[in-house]
Design a protein around this ligand. Sequence first.
Ligand SMILES: [Zn+2]
Length: 215
Amino acid sequence: MIERIDELLQNNKAFVADQLRLDADYFHKLAEGQHPEFLWIGCSDSRVPPDRITRTSPGDMFVHRNIANLVVQTDMNLLSVLQYAVEVLKVNHVIVCGHYGCGGVKAAMSGVHHGLIDNWLRTIKDTQDYFWKELTGLESPARFDRLVELNVIEQVYNLGKTDIVQEAWRSGGRPYIHGWVFDLGSGYIRPQTSMINNNETIREVCKFHNGSVGR
Ligand SMILES: [Zn+2]
């Protein structure tokens, strides 16, 4: 057990040596600051490392991960990441990436009590209810796969409903929002939405016509 932790630190030393061999100034440049073009909102699942599956490098991607890649309107952690990425880092793309076989989605589909986490997964149950007509026509595992896809699409809408994104769309026509699903079985990313950078696709009731909420 201890050896595995030591291995990580040894790997880190090897990583530094490799990078310095390629570029002696690599870490000096890295320390100067970040200008990522992408915000990644993904699942915490250990099988979906965003940089590995997109071949991006340190500095390319601002990352937020939680169980089942949810965008919850009351999640101050997510909202803070989103605001910083959109307003300060000025990312051009926000990617919500789920994955087939997601344990969070599976747990939400079951009637089993899982404790605290059931509260977090509650919004997936709402999505399941909302699309029940479509889902009930599918057998497992197609139903499971489809709910993974619908969950991602819902999070794209949830992003578009935030005043942070709507204000950025209004003033700068960015960020583009993308809904993707990573297929663990093949390694391929399956896009679920077209690129969205305006609120035409956001349900009317969720549009903020006058800027921020409360105005
Ligand atoms: Zn997951």
